[in-house]
Design a protein around this ligand. Structure first.
Ligand code: FES
Length: 178
């Protein structure tokens, strides 16, 4: 497949480039533009980004490889990022990961045959207080996961319902009396 940006996208990229003294800092936002357009940034898309920004392919490749948020190959409709970093690990992150793998019949890094789900094992999602955590397609956070909650989320997604983040109740602190 031949990957190209449209005239409008190229104009948008020029605006981004103009914010910086050189092209390198534009790598992240332009990779996002590419991923939003093509659904992934596989090597040929990375080459397009490098060409467009006038940067070495190795640089763009290095950036894309570093972040799990950039998809290096075609993914399922929903990408399930399960955190197994320390806090989530202590709170059962691996149990959630393996339960999800068994439920969907794939291992992390794989996509279901119907192209509905991809599982990724990821590092800290920056919400350790809500462990164990999962993120759906670089967007919605699902917190305090249990096997039952995983069942509910998967059932919902299959029926077009995106789960909502459920924040902890704010601790009620009695105001100090003067
Ligand atoms: S360790 Fe899982 S969100 Fe930080």
């Amino acid at each position: 497949m031949k990957y190209e940006f449209t005239e409008d996208e190229l104009k948008q990229i020029e605006v981004i480039k103009a914010r910086y003294p050189e092209a390198r800092p534009a790598t992240l936002p332009v990779l996002w533009i590419a991923q939003n357009k093509f659904g992934h940034v596989e090597p040929d898309v990375q080459k397009l980004v490098a060409r467009t920004l006038g940067l070495p392919e190795a640089h763009v490749h290095g950036v894309a490889e570093f972040y799990t948020q950039y998809y290096k190959k075609e993914q399922g409709k929903f990408v399930l990022d399960v955190c197994t970093c320390l806090s989530c690990q202590i709170c059962g992150g691996y149990d959630i990961l393996h339960y999800l793998e068994d439920k969907l019949g794939i291992k992390h890094g794989e996509t279901t045959k119907d192209k509905m789900f991809t599982i990724q094992q990821v590092e800290c999602l920056g919400a350790c207080g809500y462990a164990p955590m999962m993120q759906i397609t670089n967007g919605v956070y699902v917190n305090h996961l249990t096997r039952e909650k995983v069942d509910k989320v998967i059932h919902g997604l299959k029926n077009g319902e995106m789960p909502e983040f459920e924040p902890m109740e704010m601790r009620k602190v009695k105001p100090q009396e003067n």
